[in-house]
Design a protein around this ligand. Sequence first.
Ligand code: ADP
Length: 482
Amino acid sequence: MRILFVASEVAPFSKTGGLGDVAGALPSALADRGHEVVVVTPRYGFVDPAAHTLTRLGSTVHARGESAVLLGTRLGNAQVYLLEHERFYGSRSAPYSDEHGSDYPDNAQRFAFLCRAALDVPRATGFEPDVVHLHDWQTALAAWMLRHEHGHQAWARRARTVYTIHNLAYQGIFPKELVPALGLPWDVFRYEAMEFYDQLNMMKAGLVFADAIATVSPSYAREILSPEHGCSLDPVLRHRARHLTGILNGIDDETWDPSRDSHLAATYSRRDISGKARCKAALQRELELPRRREVPLIAMVGRLAEQKGVDLVAAALQQMMGMEVQFVVLGSGQSDYERLFRRAERAWPQRVAVRIGFDEGLAHRIEAGADVFLMPSRFEPCGLNQMYSLRYGTVPVVRAVGGLEDSVEDFDGARNGTGFTFRDYSPAAMMTALQRALETYRDARAWRGIMERGMAEDNSWRNSAEHYERLLEALPSRHAGA
Ligand code: ADP
């Protein structure tokens, strides 16, 4: 198959979360299976052309009077085109929001342009896809545009679209006045299309017009059909339930491999785990925590957002600090949560280390150096950190929701399980799971068993890419004449 993959962030060029990881890994995993894959994404201002050996190609794509030059490079066996457009992307220091965390005021225009420019790539390069794979609200409009703006092109009439929901909570909702400004007809502004409580909802374009919808774990695919997790789009999703599939994301097991991770003070593997203790000592030194081997080190890495269950941690913090533990937090996001953790660090300097910001290397060192990885998410479409933790022998304590439920098996007290899970969204339920983990930590044999089972799992993209391939191959064909 020829697959055109459009995403607003693609690691290693850009990443704010799991979408970037997925868009950086799935294309080459599909290409490794023999498909021809082209990825289209913006070149934001912080993407250094020299560092990524980006080559300026002669081709230009156009949309509504705007143009972008294509910069080419490869990600494994996939071809990548980064769109160079100074005003929309080149002048920005982050994909979606400014340094104060406010969304850019022209995000609707910026990503409508991405959709149209990506659909002009076949004309500019000759690459005519069989499948167009779209991701999250930023590229959802392309599902509508392909059907309504490209009817004159045979490839577009034949091409099928898949839309992957990475997080239903971010829908790209804009005032309806933007409908004409984005070059859309008022016809899209109805409930059966992109209207949503009298506003324009870009995600709906993907949910309504894509031939198939995927999301990033089987549990999340079920959960989003309910009002509790459906973010008000559950009626739309229920309508399309037959076309909705959950495919657990994979992890990039080359970047995240404790046996050859260049960020670490020492490497290790399931066969020889001794390096992990050195990673813990190095991490305690780096974080200026007492270097105590026997004290369990609990970690959190991620966006400090309500989704991630930070309020549970806030409510349980006193109780947690009453136990003999160390706690490290790396993340950024909501300022009240940032303040909360900074205060905790001041209150318990011997026990708590907080790093606010985005630091890829430190994220690796935490995964390697910690004993327990805490992810008490309110909801979690897939979650990657718990899978990195499994691979690094860091035992996850997670809420059994979404992809966390699909990737972590609760320890049964004997020989089964890769972590500790809890179901109720409450500080008490979280603390019960954490206490079970800390008790088990004192039983070195049992703990070692949990670590080894987690490290033995294969959560790589090879599995997920096979699932995606089956989904893409099962799409009913469209006839160019239809
Ligand atoms: P989400 O997509 O909801 O943010 P995921 O767990 O799916 O959560 O993916 C988050 C990705 O971003 C992971 O690769 C994680 O390591 C990374 N990440 C998040 N916050 C940070 C941070 N502050 N520093 C480094 N990496 C981070």
